[in-house]
Structures are given as structure tokens and as C-alpha cells.
Ligand binder design. Structure first.
Ligand SMILES: [Zn+2]
Length: 225
């Protein structure tokens, strides 16, 4: 079987829009007594995966792809949602997002964007953004950690934190993923434990994506063992 690593296509001539999901003010927790790691509250990956999360998003420009980054995980257009539901219903689920237009921005938010990114950036926020949805996926196969060259660096029984890294680094490098074929659970798009929010897919997914002329993703074949 052929499996692919999915990357975001940021756009060739014109950069596609990114979504900016509403952030809640977070608090820095006290370090865990067992592993010493500090936990931030809330954990945005968990919030993102919670179907009921009531969140808002604005887009940072007016060039739309079907799959875009939201600074947490990927969000999808109405067209992509339909394609995913029809063809990959067992692999995907969705969470709602309230789309915020330029006109809907609060004065404080507009000021924050102007202060941080400048008034040109503020003007690029569209007035009539299309609807996007949070894409919710499952873990769909296991990695061969040794061949992928990553290791479990923290596995804390007290706070439940698991952190992976490439030996000698404090993060996971751009190593070639090796996915164990016999552990594949039958989903055509999925995550794997150890590589965070990186998405993977099958040949079938790539075919249907291309047939539907969707935009926003790039595919790179990975090793299957
Ligand atoms: Zn801990």
C-alpha cells in the first residue's frame, strides 16, 4: 500500500488565507511534580477536537483554499467537507466555527491586529468569509519509531504527558516517517501517535482529492513497513 504525508500548500503565486481561531486567555500551570513540565490551560489541541467548542475565526486574506491552517489544526471548506463526508465518512468528523468578518471584529481585536501586524494586514481581512469547519481525525496507524528516528522522551504517569523527540534534539525533526502497514485501521486520512498534528493519507485519498480539484494540500509518499 502507498501512504502519504500531508503538508499545507500555502499557495504558489498568491498566498492562501490562514484562519485565526479565537484564543482564550491561557494560564500557565505549575510544573508537574513528577516530570517537571508546565501545562498550559486550556490545551488548544483538546479544545479543537471537542465538537462542542464554541469558537470564532477570521481569515487573514481573501484567497481561499479548501484546506487551510488555523494555527492549531487544519480547517476545511464546505466543498471539502462534502467530499470528505461522502467518501471518508468513517475517518472524519467536523466541528463548527463561527466565521467573523472584518465588520464583525471588535475594536479591541482590530487594535490588537493593527498593533501586531500593521494596518495593511488588518485591511486584508475579508468582509464575507466563506464557511470553514474544524476537521476532526483519529489516530489511524502506528509508526515504527526506530526507523522514523523518534523516541518517547517524556511519558509521565502523573500528568499523562507524552512527548516525542528525535534523539539528540528537543523536538521531532523532519524525519522520513515509517508506518507499520499491519497497524493501519482502514481510515484514508488519519494522525499517527508521535507526530502531533501531522496528517497522513492513502493513495485513494489523493485520487479523490485530485478528482474533486480541491486545493490547499500537498502530498509526499512515506515509507510503509
Ligand atoms: Zn508530569
Amino acid at each position: 500500500m502507498e501512504l502519504y504525508r500531508i503538508a499545507i500548500d500555502w499557495g504558489k503565486r498568491k498566498r492562501f488565507a490562514c484562519g485565526c481561531l479565537e484564543r482564550v486567555h491561557h494560564t500557565q500551570g505549575v510544573p508537574c511534580v513528577a516530570c517537571g513540565e508546565e501545562q498550559y490551560t486550556p490545551d488548544y489541541n483538546h479544545l479543537f477536537e471537542n465538537k462542542g467548542w464554541d469558537t470564532k475565526m477570521f481569515l487573514d486574506s481573501g484567497y481561499y483554499a479548501d484546506f487551510i491552517n488555523s494555527q492549531i489544526k487544519v480547517v476545511v471548506s464546505e466543498k471539502a467537507k462534502k467530499m470528505l463526508t461522502e467518501n471518508f465518512g468513517n475517518a472524519v468528523d467536523f466541528g463548527d466555527i463561527e466565521m467573523v468578518s472584518f465588520r464583525d471584529l471588535t475594536t479591541e481585536k482590530a487594535k490588537e491586529i493593527r498593533d501586531y501586524s500593521g494596518s495593511a494586514a488588518l485591511k486584508k481581512i475579508p468582509d464575507d468569509p466563506p464557511q470553514y469547519f474544524r476537521l476532526l481525525l483519529k489516530q489511524g496507524a502506528d509508526l515504527d519509531f526506530q526507523r522514523t528516528n523518534i523516541e518517547l522522551a517524556v511519558d509521565c504517569p502523573k500528568c499523562g504527558l507524552k512527548r516525542y523527540q528525535t534523539p539528540g534534539l528537543t523536538y521531532v525533526g523532519e524525519n522520513m516517517p515509517h508506518i507499520i502497514e499491519s497497524t493501519w485501521k482502514g481510515c484514508d486520512i488519519f494522525y499517527v501517535e508521535g507526530l502531533g498534528n501531522r496528517m497522513f493519507c492513502t493513495e485513494r485519498f489523493v485520487g479523490i482529492y485530485n478528482q474533486n480539484e480541491l486545493t490547499g494540500l500537498e502530498f509526499e509518499q512515506v515509507e510503509v513497513v
